[in-house]
Design a protein around this ligand. Sequence first.
Ligand code: 13P
Ligand code: SF4
Length: 324
Amino acid sequence: MFTTALAQRDNTQLGALPRDLFAAIESLKKELNAVILAHYYQEPDIQDIADFIGDSLQLANAAAKTHADVIVFAGVHFMAETAKILNPDKLVLLPDLTAGCSLADSCPPQDFADFKAAHPGHLVISYINCSAEIKAMSDIICTSSNAVKIVQQIPKEQPIIFAPDRNLGRYVMEQTKRDLVLWQGSCIVHETFSEKKMVQLKIAHPQAEAIAHPECETSVLRHASFIGSTAALLKYCQESPTKEFIVATEPGIIHQMQKLAPHKQFIPAPPMNNCNCNECPFMRLNTLEKLYLAMKNRAPEITMSEEIRLAALRPMQRMLEMSV
Ligand code: 13P
Ligand code: SF4
């Protein structure tokens, strides 16, 4: 306990660091038999040192399959928690333990338990962007890659609660033509895009195609010619003959877009104000320095009670089975 607290403090104080962080991280990777899993919203340096980069579903699959002893999760808390749910015997490290998620936070467990109790007979499908406690209260987990596919597999007469993202929920309702009871949560990053500025940008770049993540509001989604998870957006940009894209999701993804299609142009969709609020402040808490220190100190570590883990594992496994 004391060691973890001490190490956490060190990770934010960033004491003495090696000159070549990349080399030091590579060497710790071998020493620990560690794998670095990174989300597309991480800063470019972290994406470049990662063993695997992906969207939430790809990362959950990678975490389920890894043979490494240590998982270093370069993402946010609920993602590292998911890796721990799938790997109780592995050490799961998160470079900054305070890297949370506004969407996960918009669904407090006690309030959700009351909501569930108010809707008896409903199947609970929860977006992976939620805490282990919410997962433990769910029947099936989904991600933005498989939400539509999972809802389509549920018999039509079965009522469903969809939590916590109202925007993804609305999008799934539209795609499946089903009525879902939505928890009213949202992501501060994806709700920051401005419809007005998006339209102005489309006028200024008439050849560009607008693409968006389904966590965006309907007013933004209606201007997109393609909607998908981060991995789906990346694939679409590579395969489409279009040379210019307006990208309505966290701009961290543009690093991979640019790498995979260097001859194309990617324009981040503009936020409401002249701020950087389209960058996820939680994802950006992880840095290469903190990642190095987490590996060196073997902390901060993700832990949870076995009772919650087992309850959260069941809907996670259902998702993995239903999305093959
Ligand atoms: P995906 O990884 O499913 O695209 O979700 C994006 C996101 O907001 C992760 O926090
Ligand atoms: Fe959460 Fe939104 Fe950040 Fe994803 S982008 S981690 S949903 S706050």
